[in-house]
Design a protein around this ligand. Structure first.
Ligand code: ADP
Ligand code: ZN
Length: 670
């Protein structure tokens, strides 16, 4: 073996809270933090990132192996990206090996990486190039404020109502940056649902535009990564997984629909993509633009405090005015049990169709019926793995768990009393579509929910035909709420606005306000006036009232006071500690013990509150019983340091068969 010149610590893609120590062969050129290496790990070889060089190895280590290879320098993490990775490991209390997966293309983490030359990129669906709209006064003001802003990092919150031309602002900024030889990263919540966004960038800038998201194959992603690194691609439109693309001369980061909950990753490395995008811009020393019609409370608070600069687009860019919103109080005006339409919405729908215009009906519930019920004994089949009713799907016929994807054929008779046939209770989007087809024969009706969107091609077909006016009624879940622009759409029905309020989530009012505003914003964006029917059992709720008046500021003020009083973010920071395992008793015991340990640990930190333990809202998920604890603090850094030091030990002390995961700034669903 060659003599080792020195030692380095390396992060490897394994869920361990540590860096591994290796020897650097003497004849290697110098490594630096951020270099990519191949290291032996057990009997495997694994790609990893050098965390630190010239480390003193722990004298207790029995054997230190030499590194096997160094990847070409073009793969090195740039210093800004390395700092973002380091920060996120600390902030999110994440095992480094989980975090680094977000910073490298997945194909690279496998020793047998595919040949990048063979990767074929899907062509981006290009729209016809339209004549470019001349930016209006507000758009120009926003563009100039950003271009003339401070050198280096600055965050902007672009608060523009739906259809106000935010995307046009991003496009103009990109044009300017390209002219200066810089590149731009555009993050969007969900690419399969916004092919139009990618299309608009591609139509304007052609071959330098790429897209990046997790529905692409690993080979495609690797190729995009290389093209970004080489400068071939200058504009990347992607989901949160595009966050760490190594674009050359990055000059701008945009986070579109910054309030969208899909920026939060809920598995493995639990991070908030929007926040990491801001951090990336800070480390790169460039501006970041967060755009939304309904900004998150966190971002509004940052604008209020002066951390972010607030830019307003108060009017629609096209002639369209904001739609008129009608409130339907379902306690007074009962909805049809199958279509869920109140008489006034049913009448408006008929009139819209008669005028040859389009309607969008929104219901946050897929499947045919939320549950099946035996009228004889009251049985309603539950998922065997989760503490939740199975949803009935008609085509194909199945009982489906919406949490774990468990599927079973629907029973012919009640499985308990075998007496009665089970009845479909309530309505989901599938039943809605069927009932509407009966009610409006000859009309073209389509549905877009997660069952349909599993096929990306089908999703694009539906969105394209709806945009072309080839569909009369589109039924959908929140998938249809996101930034689409349909010219003939004049009626939007929100069938059950308050369904989001029943979730155990401190953001449920915010989500409700955002959802109603976003869905309503789909109507009447162009020449035709739009109308929205908002059906609810809780017309008095402040989120509904604010959505009705289309007054985000009123909502913000109200919600902010509520959050302040209830000690929720953005005024406090939350960390969720979740315990899960196959045996209910063991999980509960572990949760109680962890609560005690944490109370002892923070005994001298009065600003840290340990809440719980309690059963999770979903007590059982995918066969695992779940308990949780919530830490709340006004001084996150102090709490974080304590946790960072002690988490490893707390994890080790857990009973066998119980696992713990940590979610910093959790999205909710406690
Ligand atoms: P947002 O992203 O805020 O929802 P878009 O950028 O999609 O808004 O703009 C909505 C519509 O208005 C699009 O059809 C776009 O082409 C058009 N538009 C944008 N800016 C202008 C403008 N200055 N003049 C005319 N039309 C515009
Ligand atoms: Zn299940």
């Amino acid at each position: 073996m060659e003599a080792a010149s020195h030692y380095v610590s390396v992060w490897l893609p394994v869920p361990r809270r540590l860096a591994f120590t290796y020897a650097v062969p003497a004849d290697w050129p110098a490594l630096r933090p951020g270099s990519l290496v191949v290291a032996p790990l057990g009997r495997r070889q694994s790609v990893g990132i050098v965390a630190a060089t010239r480390v003193q190895p722990d004298p207790d280590l029995a054997e230190i192996k030499p590194l096997s290879a160094r990847l070409p320098e073009i793969w090195d993490l740039s210093p800004p990206l390395l700092r973002v990775l380091q920060w996120s490991i600390g902030h999110y209390l994440a095992p480094p090996g989980e975090a680094l997966r977000a910073f490298l293309p997945p194909a690279l983490l496998k020793t047998k990486s595919p040949d990048p030359a063979k990767a074929r990129l899907r062509p981006i669906p290009a729209l016809e190039t339209l004549s470019l709209p001349e930016p209006n006064a507000e758009q120009n003001a926003a563009i100039e404020a950003i271009l003339a802003g401070p050198e280096g990092f600055q965050a902007y919150l672009l608060h523009g109502i739906t259809g106000s031309g935010k995307t046009e602002v991003y496009l103009r900024l990109c044009a300017e940056l390209l002219g200066r030889g810089r590149s731009a990263l555009i993050l969007v919540p969900e690419i399969a649902l916004t092919p139009q966004t990618v299309g608009r960038f591609a139509a304007r800038f052609g071959a330098v535009v790429g897209s990046y998201h997790s529905a692409m194959t690993e080979a495609q992603r690797l190729k995009t990564w290389i093209q970004a690194r080489s400068g071939e691609l200058r504009i990347l439109v992607g989901t949160r997984s595009a966050l760490a693309l190594p674009l050359q001369d990055l000059g701008l980061v945009v986070v579109d629909e910054e309030h969208d909950s899909s920026y939060k990753q809920e598995e493995r490395f639990r991070y908030q993509g929007r926040d990491l995008a801001v951090l990336r811009a800070r480390e790169e020393g460039i501006p970041v633009v967060l755009g939304s019609a309904t900004p998150s409370l966190e971002s509004l608070e940052n604008a209020e405090s002066g951390k972010y600069r607030l830019l307003h687009l108060p009017d629609r860019a096209t002639r369209g005015a904001l739609p008129k919103i009608h409130l339907v109080d379902l306690k007074k005006e009962a909805a049809d049990p199958e279509t869920l339409l109140s008489p006034s919405l049913a009448a408006a729908l008929a009139a819209t169709l008669a005028r040859g215009e389009q309607a969008l009906l929104f219901l946050n519930r897929r499947g045919f019926a939320p549950f099946l019920l035996c009228r004889g004994c009251g049985e309603a089949p539950n998922c065997p793995n989760c503490e939740i009713a199975l949803t009935y799907h008609k085509r194909p016929a199945a009982m489906v768990c919406h949490y774990c994807e468990f599927r079973a054929p629907p029973p012919e008779r009640c499985p308990r009393c075998s007496d009665e046939e089970l009845q479909a209770m309530g309505s989901g989007t599938e039943r809605l579509e069927e009932a509407l087809a009966r009610l409006h024969p000859g009309r073209r009706i389509a549905r877009l929910d997660r069952d349909v969107s599993l096929s990306r091609q089908r999703t694009e077909e539906i969105l394209t035909s709806f945009a072309k006016g080839e569909i009369d009624i589109l039924v959908g879940t929140q998938l249809v709420a996101k930034g689409h622009d349909f010219k003939q759409l004049t009626l939007v029905g929100i069938l059950l606005a308050d369904s989001t309020l029943h979730q155990p989530d401190f953001r449920s009012a915010e989500r409700l306000f955002q959802l109603v505003t976003q869905v309503a914003g789909r109507a009447g964006r162009h020449d035709l006036p739009g109308e929205v029917f908002l059906q609810t059992f809780r017309p008095e709720h402040y989120a509904i009232a604010a959505a009705l008046e289309q007054d985000p500021h009123r909502f913000f003020l109200h919600e902010r006071e509520h959050r302040r009083e209830a000690e929720y973010p953005p005024f406090r920071r939350l960390v969720l500690l979740r315990l899960s395992g196959n045996q209910a008793g063991k999980v509960e015991q572990a949760a109680r013990k962890l609560a005690e340990d944490l109370r002892t640990l923070f005994a001298r930190h009065p600003e840290v509150k340990v809440l719980g333990p309690s059963k999770s809202a979903l007590e059982k998920l995918r066969g695992k019983y779940r308990w949780q604890l919530l830490l709340r603090t006004s001084k996150y850094e102090a709490m974080r340091r304590v946790l960072e030091e002690k988490l490893g030990r707390l994890e080790k002390s857990l009973a066998a068969g119980v696992s713990l995961h940590v979610d910093v700034d959790p999205a909710g669903s406690f």
